[in-house]
Design a protein around this ligand. Sequence first.
Ligand code: NAD
Length: 309
Amino acid sequence: MPVRIGFIGTGGIAGQHFSTLSQIEDAQPVAFCDVDTARAESAARRFEGKSYSDPRKMFAAETLDAVYICLPPHAHKDAEIWAVQAGCALFVEKPQANNMKTAQRIAAAIADAGVISSVGYHFRYFDATERARKMLNAKGASPVAMAHGYWLGGFPGVSWWRRMEQGGGQLVEQCTHIVDLARYFAGDITRVYCCAAQREVPKTYKDSNVPDVTALTVEFQSGAIGTMSTTALLGGVGATGLDLMALNTLYELRGNSLTVRAQGGETTSFSHGNNPYLSRKTASSSKPSRPASAPASKAPTPTASKPSP
Ligand SMILES: NC(=O)c1ccc[n+]([C@@H]2O[C@H](COP(=O)([O-])OP(=O)(O)OC[C@H]3O[C@@H](n4cnc5c(N)ncnc54)[C@H](O)[C@@H]3O)[C@@H](O)[C@H]2O)c1
């Protein structure tokens, strides 16, 4: 049965979700809302749906099963609340908000409505992540004692990213993926120490007030500790990752690849190009279009080797 989907926010990431949804037979994007009416209209033309500039008008006019919220961090205010009050299942792009008060208000509305909801923390759904979880949950495996994560890249082009009061800064806006992944493995974070600075950004973007380097130390509820760092100074030279350290074992997650180094020099590598937004069944039988950022699906390539001493 077709699932009728509405979008609030039809910018960059919405375009990637359009491509993924085009590969799912029962997904039917039908309504598109954006304050930039040209964007909403363009999406509506693509799917032969309707465009709106006000989410309330969209909910009044449409019967929707699900809503994708693809707004910049500062724009999450009431859209989610209107969506769940209309009984819609919810997919919300990360970060849920740029402040705790808004995030908690939205979480309470979702819990009250009892609808299905998910935030776009897609690193959780990579096959490499699943593989690491299985290894760490295996009988006799030692738990994570320390995590080291990083998000190193350049300055995104969208103007809201340059302002703390809008995007929330790189830690909240991008490294949130790595924070989420660390929590997935080591549990909730109970204490944070952070240093952040603006070193180079004002030279290029005079209107920017976000730090371009950040370093933090965290404590997890489990007793594990961790460090995370971000920089926006590396245009064209990005790297993201999370290293997990357990007794005698190092797990290195790099997007959808995992390398595990164990005592004695044994190394296991696993790499898989799954699109975390598609089930394996859909991915293998799907129509050709796929999101620009998602690598093509291919068979898993686990390898094990013992390096020469
Ligand atoms: N999961 C991922 O890997 C991933 C990747 C990229 C972006 N994102 C997240 O998606 C969110 C959006 O990013 P983007 O790159 O699409 O930004 P964008 O600026 O390209 O698009 C945002 C759209 O929202 C619209 N908008 C703003 N306020 C609105 C409002 N009140 N009502 C309706 N529309 C409104 C804008 O006009 C714009 O078209 C960000 O939070 C970003 O972190 C996630």
